[in-house]
Design a protein around this ligand. Structure first.
Ligand code: G6Q
Length: 547
């Protein structure tokens, strides 16, 4: 049994939860007109309103006591200082060094990594500018018009999400595409529309051993070679981002076309490194540097701000409050910005791969909940589907609402309508609709007697459903950098409380092994009997019926 759930800070929160469950947020807002001022924070135009949470000043103090008891301050310092906090892989987690300015120093294994980081950034600048201004061209001298990033998981989701989020800053001459799935449909549908002579492939793989990525990379290579009739084009049309130079050269990529990164960068924390090459190609290096600057601003805030005014700390501790003291199992990310359509999927990996763990730092299986299921869709679309459950279902689903003050596409009343929906949703989730209010509403509609009573229970909304709202002036590269770093640090905060390592991913490695073991059986075409009856049955059915 862990000591965490018997610790003073945890027990105090358990007792407090029983008290606060007797109150409603409606009452809390009535009792304190300054609640918004008390429970909101701002950083460089990013506003976090966390007043619509089931908290009082005391809750916050107790949550921060838990953070102090877990020595959160020390862990933050250890991460920034390059200590090997990823203990199961004996690695530092130094994504913050990727956005450190040139005049600073960050040490990994006693070596200042900042000069290396900036050397690679220079490499990205030179390359991306040459492609963007058409001085670096394809095999037949034509400028590149399409960039295809072949990579999966951490080597895809970040660049995909950012390229979509920053589309207004994107090149009008260069399109970016992302191929991840080993399902040939992904590659085939992408290549269908492209011209090999104007297509540049980026093979993004930290290890350069990932089966999906290598399979796609070889098929892309075949597509190109088939067009040119020889291997010669490959050198000009393929670059790689990897830590594994031996494998990139085996694939045939010249060493000057390999963009380096380091084992202290975790896949899902890597969009700031050369893994961000498609981003730099698409939005230009100056904008990529604004993205890094935004993330660095959030790093400085996280590192230097007292816990009670610290955005990632507040966001992280609120998540702990609901996961561990209210039994919330899932958490919704609801951006009111179409450009953020991939943000929920990106955070799904960031949070679930980081904190979806059951063994603590001492190898003990924990007896408390850890990472929640992260999911979501842009508003207002989600309002017409799953919000029903958030409003009236039996489960608590805390949610983050995100919205820009100013749209990149000012069109009639669209943005006011969008934001009216966003604000109205969090208000309704907080207030709910009492039986008395629902009754009055029905009466006004002319209902009475049995008909009214029959309908009444369905018209009641319990309210008291917690939300955070993140408002930012405009979705620009700097803001995007701040937002992503905010969630990265939220993940660290929660991992510290749960005493787990947020930076390994043995579940993902397990998946990589499993498919590799079974593949030869599908290639042999002989009935198999070595698995359980279900797996045997599925394989044999597939073998018998495939055409
Ligand atoms: C991320 C994970 C995982 C990884 C992919 C791709 O943190 O480790 O999503 O990024 O499995 O790995 P490679 O970059 O090595 O191909």
């Amino acid at each position: 049994m862990s000591t965490l759930i018997h610790s003073p800070a945890w027990l105090a929160l358990t007792a407090h939860q029983a008290e606060i469950s007797q109150q409603t947020m409606r009452e809390m807002f009535c009792d304190d007109p300054k609640r918004f001022n008390k429970f909101s924070l701002q950083l460089d135009g990013l506003l976090l309103d966390y007043s619509k949470n089931l908290i009082t000043a005391e809750t916050l103090e107790l949550l921060l006591n838990l953070a102090r008891q877990s020595k959160l301050d020390d862990w933050i310092a250890r991460m920034f200082n390059g200590n090997k906090i990823n203990t199961s892989e004996q690695r530092a987690a130094l994504h913050t060094a990727l956005r450190a300015p040139l005049n600073t120093s960050v040490y990994a294994d006693g070596k200042d990594v900042v000069p290396d980081v900036h050397r690679v950034l220079d490499h990205i600048r030179v390359f991306s500018e040459a492609v963007r201004n058409n001085t670096l061209c394809g095999h037949t001298g034509k400028p590149f018009r399409d960039v295809v990033n072949i990579g999966i998981g951490g080597s895809a989701l970040g660049p995909l999400m950012i390229s979509e989020a920053l589309k207004p800053y994107g090149s009008t001459q260069l399109n970016v595409h992302f191929v991840s799935n080993v399902d040939a449909t992904d590659l085939a549908e992408t290549l269908k529309r492209l011209d090999p002579e104007t297509t540049l492939f980026i093979i993004s793989s930290k290890t350069f051993t990932t089966l999906e990525t290598l399979t796609n990379a070889h098929s892309a290579r075949d597509w190109l070679v088939k067009h040119f009739g020889a291997d010669e084009g490959v050198g000009k049309h393929f670059v790689a981002v990897s830590t594994n130079r031996a494998e990139t050269s085996k694939f045939g990529i010249d060493s000057e076309n390999v963009f380096e990164f380091w084992d202290w960068v975790g896949g899902r924390y890597s969009l700031w490194s050369a893994i961000g090459l498609p981003i730099a190609l698409y939005i230009g290096m100056n904008n990529f540097e604004r993205l890094l600057a935004g993330a660095h601003a959030m790093d400085e805030h996280f590192r230097k701000t007292p816990l009670e005014h610290n955005m990632p700390v507040i966001l992280g501790m609120l998540g702990v409050w609901y996961a561990n003291f209210f039994g919330a199992a899932s958490y919704a990310i609801l951006p009111y910005d179409q450009y953020l359509q991939h943000f929920p999927a990106y955070l799904q990996q960031l949070e679930m791969e980081s904190n979806g763990k059951r063994a603590d730092r001492n190898g003990q299986v924990v007896d408390y909940a850890t990472g929640m299921v992260i999911w979501g869709e842009p508003g207002t679309n989600g309002q017409h589907s799953f919000y029903q459950l958030i409003h009236q279902g039996t489960r608590m689903v805390p949610a983050d609402f995100l919205a820009p003050v100013t749209s990149h596409n000012p069109l009639g009343e669209h943005h006011s309508i969008l934001l009216a929906n966003c604000f109205a949703q969090t208000e309704a989730l907080m207030l709910g609709k009492t039986s008395a209010e629902a009754r009055t509403e029905l009466e006004l509609q002319g209902l009475s007697g049995e008909a009214l009573e029959a309908l009444l229970p369905y018209k009641v909304f319990p309210g008291n459903r917690p939300t955070n709202t993140l408002l930012f002036d405009r979705l620009d590269p700097y803001t995007m950098g701040m937002l992503v770093a905010l969630y990265e640090h939220k993940v660290l905060v929660q991992s510290v409380i749960w005493d787990i390592n947020a930076f390994d991913q043995w579940g993902v490695e397990f998946g990589k092994q499993l498919a590799g073991k079974l593949l030869p059986e599908l290639q042999k075409n002989e009935r198999v009997f070595v698995h359980d009856s279900s797996t045997n049955g599925l394989i044999n059915h597939f073998l018998a019926r495939r055409v």
